[in-house]
Design a protein around this ligand. Structure first.
Ligand code: NI
Length: 177
């Protein structure tokens, strides 16, 4: 197991349309484990392959139980597809690739998602609540889309400036070390 580097906005790697996986093998299972470990380390509930710099349709999710009793419930989704949506909700979201920022966006209230699991077996998930939101957010990542894309252009440009400046400062600090 290894921690992976999380790519942050406005990195171009977050903007690619990812390709479907044709085989599910040990390499993919190891990658999924590393992504889960990285996600837990950053206290996230979902992570998509482009967030670790890869253009493949792979997502990991772990939604905590509402009563706080459940241990980890990791899910690996390969080539996930939303096959049905219902209703609309406002959700306050954040993203490990857009650190320390949250915003309210509109999502479908319920979704049905089809995906392969880590054994290459097709699964169907009927999701609502946080699970439904998380699925939509992560599957967006596979199409190069971020939750901040649902905000106004003005807000997004402000964020782009803020994060570009932050990155330059970090690079400068690293160079000076
Ligand atoms: Ni995200």
């Amino acid at each position: 197991m290894a921690l992976l580097e999380v790519v942050t906005f406005p990195d171009d790697r977050l903007r690619r349309k990812c390709r479907p996986l044709t085989t599910v093998d040990d390499k993919i299972r190891t990658l999924a484990s590393d992504m889960l470990e990285t996600m837990y380390d950053d206290e996230g509930i979902g992570l998509a392959a482009p967030q670790v710099g890869l253009d493949i349709r792979l997502v990991v999710i772990d939604i905590p139980a509402e009563d706080g009793t459940q241990k980890h419930n990791p899910l690996v989704l390969i080539n996930p597809e939303i096959i049905a949506r219902e209703g609309e909700v406002a959700s306050t979201e954040g993203c490990l690739s857009v650190p320390e920022y949250t915003a309210e966006v509109k999502r479908a209230e319920k979704v049905t998602v089809k995906a392969l699991d880590q054994n290459g077996v097709e699964q169907t998930y009927n999701a609502d609540g946080l699970f439904a939101i998380c699925l939509q957010h992560e599957i967006d990542h596979l199409d190069g889309k971020l939750f901040i894309d649902y905000l106004s252009t003005l807000k997004r440009n402000m964020l782009r400036k803020r994060y570009s400046k932050l990155k330059k400062e970090q690079q400068r600090a690293a160079a000076a070390r």
